[in-house]
Design a protein around this ligand. Structure first.
Ligand SMILES: [Zn+2]
Length: 267
């Protein structure tokens, strides 16, 4: 497997995986349109249609596989791009505008693709999120469904921008328990054999819920400073600052707070 790291403003942010299966080459999450570079591949698997992961699929002009209910946003990405701009602001522009891609195929939950990838529908980060499990390599491509892994900081934090669905996210993490995983590959970023990170991440999410539930009157920045005292991963990212703080941590805390506010007002 070829692991390609994409840098945004000098920061290693996104990973693109090229997998050869019996001479057929797949890319898992080709990355954003703005960071597109030619790839010699036959097909594209996207864990989800967000701009930072599937945005360059149209540039590659190869058959592209995404969750079955969202193929139209790959064929015509104009609405997706506008929606991304309203949530991510300037980051949507940094990732660039996807090209329309008519060669899109829908992936249902539980599908086995090309005899080797098992698709696991894992909503929460986004309703269209799918993980791909490579049966021979025992490798799980988790996309954005199990947090962001920042190897140089030794940190994992949630990537849960609004509209985040905590309930679905936890159910999705539970679905992974039946898989025999040797390697976890994160879309942000790189792979690790430390598969215990998946379990620790679930505990982390539960701890964030407990911490934030009683502090919904505080600002995002007040909450992330308090979280840093409770979660060393947050402390490391806060100290590092830059894109990891602005693109991951602030949006993630905001996503939790909005979900918890909504569930408090509807119960
Ligand atoms: Zn992402």
């Amino acid at each position: 497997m070829e692991v390609i790291t994409k840098y945004l403003e000098g920061v290693p942010l996104i990973t693109v995986f090229v997998v050869d299966v019996g001479g057929v080459r797949f890319v898992v999450d080709p990355g954003p349109a703005a960071l597109h570079s030619p790839l010699d591949v036959d097909a594209v698997l996207c864990t989800h249609i967000h701009l930072d992961h599937c945005g360059s699929a149209g540039h590659l002009a190869r058959p592209t596989y995404v969750h079955e209910r969202y193929t139209r946003h790959v064929a015509d990405p104009s609405k997706l791009y506008e929606a991304s701009r309203s949530v991510l602001g300037v980051f949507a522009e940094k990732f660039g505008r996807p090209l329309p891609n008519e060669k899109v195929a829908g992936v249902p939950d539980g599908a086995r693709l090309f005899d080797v990838f098992d698709a696991v529908h894992t909503p929460g980060h986004a309703p269209h999120h799918v993980m791909y499990y490579h049966r021979d390599l025992k490798t799980l491509f988790v996309g954005d469904g199990a947090g962001v892994h920042i190897p140089e900081l030794g940190a994992v934090i949630p990537t849960t921008p609004p509209p985040f669905r905590l309930d679905l996210y936890l159910q999705s993490l539970d679905r992974l328990r039946g898989l025999e995983v040797d390697v976890v590959c994160y879309a942000h970023y790189s792979c690790t054999r430390d598969v215990e990170l998946l379990k620790r991440h679930k505990k982390q999410v539960e701890a964030w819920v407990e911490a934030l539930r009683g502090r919904l009157d505080l600002t995002v920045d007040e909450n992330l400073r308090l979280l840093a005292k409770e979660d060393e991963n947050v402390a490391k990212v806060l100290e590092a600052g830059g894109l990891y703080l602005d693109f991951y941590l602030r949006f993630s805390v905001l996503g939790f707070m909005e979900y918890l506010r909504q569930s408090a007002s509807s119960s």
